[in-house]
Design a protein around this ligand. Structure first.
Ligand code: GDP
Ligand code: MG
Length: 167
């Protein structure tokens, strides 16, 4: 199996940590593409049956200025020509402005979308996690919702399996 996966989301939610954890020791390529202004980081996950290229797209989490047009364009770039999109949020229990904007763009694409709720190691009780999952599930945007701790590596394998099933 092979394919391309975009990792998108606000700054600091743990996208890069997640990507590093996914490719881990199996890393094949980890490189900046200096030619592109977007400077997308690519990492390739490989195992016996699969080769998956992950794209960490800084364009989507560019600063607050020019938020409108530029973010929309970055979002479209990140969503086009990929097999699935991983939208990463952290464990906070509200949807911020930046998130809403990305979610609006996600709705416009037919590409399969998964939500990762990262930093679950910071969540004290299961009830809280359940409420966050419920909140995102109510949006009806994501095919699946996967809680992870990229830092500790919790549930990252399950995420990879969910992705593989889509390829
Ligand atoms: P990015 O901006 O989305 O790429 O976020 P980074 O991967 O750079 O992570 C931002 C910060 O969050 C760093 O200090 C990470 O160590 C921390 N972080 C990432 N994942 C986790 C996690 O699962 N749990 C906790 N507690 N911290 C995390
Ligand atoms: Mg990053």
């Amino acid at each position: 199996k092979s394919g391309f996966v975009s990792i998108v989301g606000r700054p600091n939610v743990g996208k890069s940590t997640l990507m590093n954890n996914i490719v881990g020791e199996k890393i094949a390529i980890m490189s900046d593409k200096p030619q592109t202004t977007r400077n997308t980081i690519q990492a390739v996950y490989t195992d016996e049956q699969s080769q998956i290229v992950f794209l960490d797209t800084p364009g989507i989490h560019k600063p607050k200025n020019k938020l409108g047009e530029m973010m929309v364009k970055s979002a479209e770039d990140a969503f086009r020509n990929v097999d699935c999109i991983i939208f990463v949020v952290d464990e906070s229990d509200s949807i911020g402005k930046g998130d809403s904007m990305i979610i609006e763009n996600l709705k416009k694409t037919k590409t399969p979308k998964f939500l990762v709720i990262n930093k679950v190691d910071k969540i004290k009780n299961k009830e809280e996690l359940f409420e966050i999952i419920q909140m995102y599930d109510d949006l009806n945007v994501f095919e699946d919702i996967i809680p992870t701790s990229a830092l500790k590596g919790s549930n990252v394998e399950e995420l990879v399996n969910v992705i593989k099933r889509k390829l």
